[in-house]
Design a protein around this ligand. Structure first.
Ligand SMILES: [Zn+2]
Length: 280
């Protein structure tokens, strides 16, 4: 089982990524939520270019994947779930939920620390909100989140299966909850108890700082309700709201070259969580 999991890991990931991407892209095409001012022709090649850079970089920088690390921790009896005796399914389920909480907290951290916000704001600087937005993260943010994930996986002794489930799920839900798709309001309300929906996450991509600093969850919607960061709808409504941040509003900023240098340009802006209007 273990060897099979490890051997097929890249194919499982690629199949899930490709499958969900195609489904969401088709869904956006058939029932879009908003009309886009900037078309896919310019944004998608650049957003997917970031994915290519990130995939390559992670391969080069890290000697193993998070699943590989989980297998190593298991072999050496390292980490919480490799020390205490629990039914296997409990370890898998608990690990997926705890990894999701860690991602929520990490996301809040990237909105709180100005230097980290500089990295994360590249994701928010997309001027439209669709499936490709869910994939565009600055390479340095990707490297830092890999390190954080490695630390959580090692400390937890998370079962390799749970790490694979979590990573595939996160990739899939990120494409789902960034998608420009129209979901009937009643269905959206029901879904929000189980998973972060596009309408819920779109609030987080509003240009208004108080809306940007809400709905940090990616998979499970519970953390935002639990920690008081939940906001149901954007004030301006989903169709009229402005997507993006106050900086980088020119469509040239959507180019791959510009995206990569954005963290090093200008000031952090008034988005970081500790920002006070009076300090301006
Ligand atoms: Zn964010």
């Amino acid at each position: 089982m273990r060897d099979i999991l490890f051997a097929y890991e890249p194919y499982i990931r690629l199949a899930a990524f490709g499958g969900v991407f195609i489904v969401m892209a088709a869904w956006e095409f058939v029932v879009p939520r908003r009309t886009q001012a900037i078309g896919r022709g310019w944004r998608w090649p650049n957003n997917l270019g970031v994915v290519a850079v990130n995939t390559l970089l992670v391969r080069i920088v890290f000697p193993t994947t998070a699943v590989g690390l989980a297998l190593l921790a298991e072999a050496r009896s390292f980490g919480l779930f490799n020390v205490i005796a629990l039914p296997a399914w409990v370890g898998v389920l608990a690990s997926v939920v705890i990894l999701d909480l860690a991602i929520y907290l990490q996301h809040v951290l990237f909105h709180a620390v100005p230097a980290l916000w500089r990295l994360h704001r590249m994701h928010h600087a997309d001027l439209e909100f669709d499936v490709s937005t869910g994939l565009r993260f600055h390479p340095i943010e990707i490297l830092l989140s890999m390190l954080i994930k490695f630390a959580v996986v090692a400390a937890l002794g998370a079962p390799a299966l749970s790490v694979l489930i979590f990573e595939v799920l996160l990739n899939a839900t990120s494409m789902f909850n960034h998608a420009n798709v129209r979901i009937p309001l009643g269905l959206d309300r029901a879904l929000r108890w189980l998973v972060v929906t596009p309408d819920m996450h779109r609030v987080h991509h509003s240009i208004l700082a108080r809306e940007t600093n809400s709905n940090f969850g990616f998979n499970l919607p519970w953390w935002d309700r639990l920690f008081g960061t939940y906001r149901a709808q954007p004030a301006a409504g989903h169709e009229a709201m402005t997507i993006g941040i106050e900086q980088f509003r020119d469509s040239r900023e959507l180019g791959l070259d510009r995206m990569l240098v954005q963290p090093f340009r200008g000031d952090p802006g008034r988005y970081p969580l500790g920002y006070r209007e009076a300090e301006r």
